[in-house]
Write a protein that binds this ligand. Structure first.
Ligand SMILES: [Zn+2]
Length: 173
């Protein structure tokens, strides 16, 4: 397995819409494995393919937080929200492509999601709690949307300037 470099905002690939996969191939299974490893190492709870420069509709996540609980890695190809609760919930979100920046985002508290699994079969499940936040955040990535797009323009611009500075510093290092 390989750890992949994670793109940092702003980057045109993080603003673009990703393409659905026609079929779950061995190459795509390997990419999903690499993305899981990259996510765990970061560490993070979710990662979408565009964040590693792959413009396909694939995301991985594991929202198990308890230290001694068994990990629950999930791989979703072509995920889509097919239902959402009216109840909303606000959660302070962050993003591996926007390091060290956090902000409150309001989203439906529970969502029904349909996707293709590693087995190539269609799966459907209801997500709640942190899993619901994470799956919606990651599906947004597949549509070129970041959590800062939910914020007021001034706050978004402030975060974007910080990231531009971070990228300049990293490029110089
Ligand atoms: Zn993110």
């Amino acid at each position: 397995m390989t750890t992949l470099p994670i793109l940092i905002h702003p980057d045109p690939r993080l603003k673009a819409r990703a393409a659905p996969v026609a079929e779950v191939t061995d190459d795509l299974r390997r990419l999903a494995e690499d993305m899981l490893q990259t996510m765990y190492e970061a560490p993070g709870i979710g990662l979408a393919a565009p964040q590693v420069g792959q413009m396909i509709r694939l995301l991985v996540m594991d929202c198990v937080k308890e230290e001694d609980a068994a990990p629950k890695p999930m791989v979703l190809f072509n995920p889509r929200v097919v239902g959402a609760s009216e109840e909303v919930r606000t959660y302070e979100e962050g993003c591996l492509s926007i390091p060290d920046q956090y902000a409150d985002v309001e989203r439906p508290a529970e969502v029904d999601v349909e996707w293709l699994g590693l087995d190539g079969e269609t799966h459907r499940d209801r997500f709640d709690g942190l899993w619901a936040v994470c799956v919606q955040h990651e599906i947004d990535h597949l549509d070129g949307k970041l959590f800062i797009d939910y914020l007021k323009p001034l706050k978004r611009q402030m975060i974007t300037r910080k990231m531009q500075k971070l990228k300049r510093e990293r490029a110089r290092a």
